[in-house]
Design a protein. Structure first.
Length: 385
């Protein structure tokens, strides 16, 4: 049902257009700006392919706590829970404008002892999908029938802090079968990095369960693609709210909140920051079969309250590029500036009086005026500005 709902909304969103000054409403064909899903891992296509956890309404999750023969717990399940809750669910409520309620059943009565030492699960060797599945299935076996998994859509496994071998927090996007026979569509295992990232690691990894890709790079400069402009990139970034593209992909934006440019011409629009409810959130410029440029406003409000720069964030999206290889690339208005708050791209937004030009698609975006946190832009697509 969730997949059908997203599909229907997307079909409406792509019919929304930005009006050229003085022009009539354009007749945009269906599919003009929603990039199609591809075979790329965690594709940025709209809508998200079926099988992901639902992104609307109440998502039911179960959280259990484990320790190991070689790493018995010296802490309490409640202390681990409190590092993730209620911060994670509250973050999703704010980012989704109240559309997503992440309900977490945290079983804090005791630690469940894993059958193997923590060193046997492969984290030090890079953690294969097979090793990850074995870890999750061992956790389910350890829990047994003491917990009901009926209706669980995401399964969380949190290890004692004493298990230093379980170093990082990956998501598992294949289904599992619980001891009570329930099918669990998606899972997340937490590691020692939860103590560095805090509750936002839950948002990043649950983002994968919802169908979102990694926006950091698996090789080279990890954060060269988006810096700190989306929690799916640099988790601790100063502007971590999800990109408007992701909010559209997750069906958190109404059809009239996305503008679409797919024909040669000159267009104007006013962007309202993604971190505040209501208003036009982005303009999407279709540049190819699987590619688009997106412009959105970012401000020091809501989840972006600590942003070290504001303005119009412009980025390229490619639905054929897999997770971890740059499916989203932010355009830097101040290249080689050194950035702010720890990364070159954190000061990337374009401000009043600045211009972005993409010679490949012959697209120019001018940021003309600002009113409060709203920004007016003029787009020339396939024509002179």
């Amino acid at each position: 049902m969730a997949g059908h709902r997203v599909l229907l909304v997307a079909a409406v969103v792509i019919a929304s257009v930005v009006l050229p000054a003085g022009a009539a409403h354009a007749d945009v064909p269906a599919g003009a700006c929603a990039l199609p899903a591809t075979g790329a891992h965690l594709t940025e296509g709209v809508p998200t392919p079926a099988g992901s956890a639902p992104s609307h309404g109440t998502v039911r999750t179960t959280m259990v706590f484990v320790d190991f023969p070689d790493a018995p717990a010296t802490d309490t399940p409640a202390s681990l829970r409190d590092n993730l809750l209620p911060g994670g669910p509250n973050w999703f409520s704010a980012s989704s404008y109240g559309n997503l309620n992440l309900s977490v059943k945290a079983v804090t009565t005791r630690f469940h002892r894993m059958p193997r030492p923590s060193t046997d699960y492969g984290w030090r060797r890079g953690l294969t999908a097979e090793a990850h599945a074995r870890y999750l299935n061992d956790a389910l076996t350890a829990v047994g029938r003491t917990v009901s998994f009926s209706g669980t859509q995401v399964f969380y496994v949190v290890p004692t802090r004493a298990a230093t071998e379980i170093s990082f927090s990956p998501a598992y996007i294949n289904p599992l079968t619980a001891p009570d026979g329930s099918t669990i569509p998606r899972s997340v295992t937490f590691g020692q990095d939860m103590w560095y990232w805090g509750s936002k690691v839950l948002n990043h990894e649950t983002g994968h369960a919802l169908g979102l890709p990694d926006l950091y790079g698996y090789q080279g400069d990890s954060h060269r693609f988006v810096g700190g402009w989306d929690v799916m990139g640099l988790i601790s970034g100063p502007g971590p709210d999800l990109l408007a593209w992701h909010k559209w992909k997750l069906n958190w934006l109404r059809y009239d909140q996305i503008g679409c440019v797919s024909r040669t011409g000159r267009y104007t629009d006013t962007l309202v920051p993604v971190s505040t409810p209501g208003g036009r959130k982005a303009v999407v410029i279709r540049t190819g079969p699987t590619t688009a440029l997106v412009a959105e406003a970012r401000a020091r409000t809501g989840l972006d309250a600590t942003a070290c720069a504001t303005g119009v964030l412009i980025y390229a999206v490619d639905a054929a590029t897999p997770s971890g290889s740059g499916p989203v690339v932010v355009k830097d208005s101040r290249p080689n500036s050194g950035g702010c708050d720890g990364h070159e791209l954190n000061d990337a937004p374009f401000t009043t009086g600045s211009r972005f030009h993409d010679p490949t698609s012959n697209t120019t975006i001018d940021v003309t005026t600002r009113s409060g946190n709203d920004h007016r832009i003029v787009i020339a697509f396939g024509t002179s500005p």
